[in-house]
Design a protein around this ligand. Structure first.
Ligand code: X2X
Length: 335
C-alpha cells in the first residue's frame, strides 16, 4: 500500500475508479459488487477474479460479479456497513472483525487454539464453522460454506525480534479492529492499537506503531516487509475470511443462480486455500531475501502467559459453554 491511502483517492474521485475504467457497461441481468481489503496480487483476489467468468458463463450471462480489491471502497469498518446496507453485495471479512457484529465469529482466532491446518479445516468445514455461519445468519448476512484462508499469523516489528512473551511488554502493536485481538495482545503485555488494514502500511512507515501481526502471504503481498525488520514465527492464531453476502442481494437471484454463485465462490475458496498452503512453504525464503530477519519461538510460554492472565477464562465466559464445547471438541482442552 502506498503512503497515500486508497480510500482518500477514491473519496476524492467520489466513484469507484476500478469499476468504471476497466469494464464495459454490463449486459448482465444481475450485477453484484464484491469488495475486500486485500492487495490485487493476494491469492484471494486472483481466485476471486477466476470465479467471475465462471459465474457469468454458468449463469448464461445473467450474473456478473465486479471485484473491488485493496480497500478501494473503504476500510473493513466501512465495507461492513456497506454490506449491511446493500451498497455492496459481497465482502470477505475476518471472523474476528466480523465479531463486532456477530460476537461468536471470532472464536477461531482464540490464541494458540489450532495445532495445524488439518485441525483448522476439520473444524471450519465441520461443526465449528456451521455454528458460526448460523450465528452470522441471525444478523441478516449469509456466509458461504467454505471459509477462505488468511493464515496463521506471525509477528513483525521494526525494533527487535520477539523471543519470549517479555519482549511484548509495552510494545506498540497494530491489531485489527476486534475485541479478541485487543484482549489477546493486552494479555500478552503489549499495547495494542486498533487500526484498519487500509492504514497499516503508513502506520508502520511513520512508526505510529512498532509492529503488527499477519500471515506471511500478506506480509509479502502488502509489502509489509518494506517497513518492518523482524519477523517472529509466533503462529499465535489462525485467521480466515468468511465470504459474506447481503441476504437481500443474494435472495434476489433466482435459485439456480444462487446455487451457481455459492458453488463457484466455494470452489475459488478451496483453490485459494491451496495457494496459501503453497506460499506458506516458500515465502520465508523470499522474505528473508528481501531483508526480513526471521526467528522461531516455542509457543508454550506465550500460551502460558495468556492462561496466567485469565485470557481463556475470560473468553470462555464471553462465548458461553455451548460454543466453547464445540471449539474444544475440535482442538482439545484449552483452559
Ligand atoms: O487486517 C488485517 O490484518 C488482515 C488483512 O489480516 C485482516 O483482514 C484481518
Amino acid at each position: 500500500m502506498p503512503p497515500i491511502s486508497r480510500r482518500s483517492l477514491v473519496a476524492g474521485a467520489a466513484l469507484p475508479l476500478f469499476g468504471i475504467r476497466s469494464r464495459p457497461a454490463s449486459a448482465a441481468e444481475f450485477t453484484l459488487k464484491y469488495a475486500n481489503n486485500l492487495p490485487a496480487a493476494h491469492p484471494m483476489n486472483l481466485r476471486a477474479n477466476e470465479m467471475v467468468p465462471r459465474i457469468l458463463e454458468a449463469s448464461g450471462g445473467r450474473v456478473e460479479i465486479q471485484v473491488f480489491p485493496n480497500n478501494q471502497l473503504g476500510s473493513d469498518t466501512d465495507m461492513l456497513s456497506q454490506l449491511r446496507s446493500g451498497a455492496i453485495d459481497f465482502f470477505t471479512l475476518s471472523g474476528l472483525i466480523l465479531a463486532t457484529l456477530v460476537p461468536a465469529a471470532s472464536i477461531n482466532g482464540l490464541g494458540f487454539a489450532f495445532k495445524d491446518y488439518d485441525q483448522v479445516w476439520r473444524a471450519m468445514d465441520g461443526k465449528l464453522g456451521a455454528f458460526v455461519r448460523g450465528e452470522i445468519a441471525k444478523r441478516g448476512l449469509i456466509a458461504m460454506d467454505r471459509i477462505w484462508d488468511n493464515g496463521y499469523r506471525q509477528t513483525t516489528t521494526s525494533t527487535k525480534p520477539i523471543t519470549s512473551p517479555e519482549d511484548f511488554r509495552g510494545m506498540k502493536i497494530r491489531v485489527p479492529v476486534s475485541p479478541l485481538w485487543t484482549s489477546m495482545f493486552t494479555a500478552l503485555g503489549a499495547s495494542p492499537a486498533s487500526i484498519n488494514f487500509s492504514e497499516v502500511y503508513s502506520a508502520l512507515q511513520t512508526k505510529i506503531v512498532d509492529g503488527q501481526e499477519n500471515a506471511l502471504v500478506l506480509i509479502d503481498t502488502a509489502k509489509i516487509y518494506e517497513v518492518q525488520k523482524f519477523c517472529t514465527m509466533t503462529n499465535h492464531m489462525w485467521d480466515g475470511y468468511w465470504f459474506l453476502a447481503n441476504r437481500r442481494s443474494f435472495e434476489r437471484l433466482p435459485k439456480d443462480a444462487q446455487e451457481i454463485v455459492a458453488r463457484e465462490v466455494n470452489k475459488s475458496g478451496m483453490d485459494e486455500r491451496a495457494d496459501v498452503a503453497k506460499l506458506n512453504s516458500e515465502l520465508r525464503g523470499k522474505l528473508s531475501g528481501a531483508g526480513l530477519v526471521f526467528n522461531d519461538v516455542d509457543p508454550a510460554p506465550f500460551r502460558e502467559t495468556l492462561k496466567k492472565n485469565g485470557f481463556y477464562t475470560e473468553w470462555r465466559g464471553k462465548y458461553g459453554d455451548a460454543a466453547w464445547d464445540i471449539l474444544e471438541g475440535a482442538v482439545g482442552n484449552l483452559s
